[in-house]
Design a protein around this ligand. Structure first.
Ligand code: PLP
Length: 352
């Protein structure tokens, strides 16, 4: 299965499907799947197929273009919601492709109103990003009378932190907003859905948890790993005490070391911010990244592993190299780490 001459991204579609099924058992009537940004970089078409196979009928994307594309591989009877809403030059095609805009403002409402077709409404409960604000509740009343309104949603700012009091504040505001509307309600993405049953409402919108990232900032991961990133070793060498490794000579060996140079770099989407902090796994041993991540290459410390040689593969993401840990080493979050993984890898989709 693995190709030993280049970096390979293994994407386990069964694991994705199992993650969706796990969310669907939490108790919300409907469990959607968020497949924006090409399913967090893993391939929206393949991901959607995996979710549809286990019963998912509701999808969320961010952009109009993503939605139009998604219609070609998502069943005609399934719903596709567009988080960024609608611009006036998009409304005809949106109608034609049976896409559901999430109306974020009164301006967007005025664009869509005349289509006489389904839409969702975003209410801002504290994120201050998208959605109608509470001081526009006169607009809530107006829009609530429109029979095409199918879903009201809001989004949590701190859903990844079970200890944040902001969740309770937003929950309470969302419940107040719900009083105005009779359609389906949705508050939670992956993190919120795991806070408690109070956050489930009619529909949950998991994204990161489907792709193996931990929906919460700490504690055991609810989700199963989905991606494995493996790279081949191009060369091994001994670096003497006092010598440097890589661009900028940012790492100086404090003792003689055994290192391996691996075919992976920032041009593949492996973040340069993981320089001198990220890691790889070889034979169950954690090997630190030494020096800067360069465009096509990374050096790792193999001093503690026996008989590593040219052509062996090392794991940068997978069951033993958790995406949240690697992202943390690169000073970022699993979301950014996943969405940056580029198209230079050989991608290998499988069911297992
Ligand atoms: C991206 C997004 C989601 C999915 O969030 P995750 O944290 O990845 O589960 C859900 N709802 C909205 C509004 C989003 O923007």
């Amino acid at each position: 299965m693995s190709d030993h001459t280049q970096s390979v991204l293994d994407i386990n579609l069964s694991a994705m499907a199992r993650n969706w099924s796990k969310f669907s058992k939490l108790g919300a009537k409907t469990t959607a799947a968020v497949i924006k940004a090409d399913a967090y970089g893993l391939g929206a078409k393949e991901a959607a197929r995996a979710f549809q196979d286990v019963g998912c009928k509701d999808f969320f994307v961010a952009h109009f273009d993503e939605a139009v594309k998604a219609r070609s591989f998502i069943s005609a009877t399934s719903r596709i919601f567009v988080l960024n809403g609608v611009f006036s030059n998009q409304s005809e095609i949106m109608a034609e492709f049976d896409l559901i805009p999430i109306i974020n403002s009164i301006e967007q409402y005025e664009i869509w109103e005349n289509q006489n077709l389904p839409f969702a409404l975003h209410i801002d409960t504290g994120m201050n990003r998208l959605g109608l604000r509470f001081d526009e509740y006169n607009n809530f009343e107006k829009i609530s009378k429109n029979a095409n309104l199918k879903l009201v949603l809001s989004h949590l700012a701190c859903g990844s932190d079970p200890n944040s009091s902001k969740n309770i504040t937003q929950l309470s505001l969302f419940k107040d907003a719900c009083e105005y509307f009779e359609c389906e309600k949705s508050l939670s993405a992956s993190g919120g859905a795991l806070l408690s049953d109070d956050y489930l409402f009619d529909l949950i919108r998991p994204g990161i948890g489907l792709y193996g990232g931990n929906p919460h900032d700490f504690g055991d991961n609810f989700s199963e790993a989905v991606v494995t990133l493996k790279s081949p070793i191009l060369q091994t060498r001994i670096v003497k005490k006092g010598e440097s490794i890589g661009y900028g000579a940012s790492f100086i060996a404090k003792k003689d070391m055994n290192i391996a140079t691996v075919a992976l770099g920032y041009a593949d989407g492996f973040l340069r911010s993981a320089s001198n902090s990220g890691f790889a796994i070889i034979k169950n041993t954690k090997c630190k990244i030494l020096g800067r991540v360069s465009m096509d290459l990374i050096a790792i410390d193999i001093s503690n592993v026996e008989s590593v040689k040219f052509g062996d593969t090392v794991e940068f993401l997978g069951k033993n190299a958790l995406i949240d840990d690697q992202a943390n080493c690169a000073n970022t979050i699993s979301y950014e780490f996943l969405t940056r993984l580029g198209n230079r890898f050989k991608r290998n989709y499988f069911y297992e």
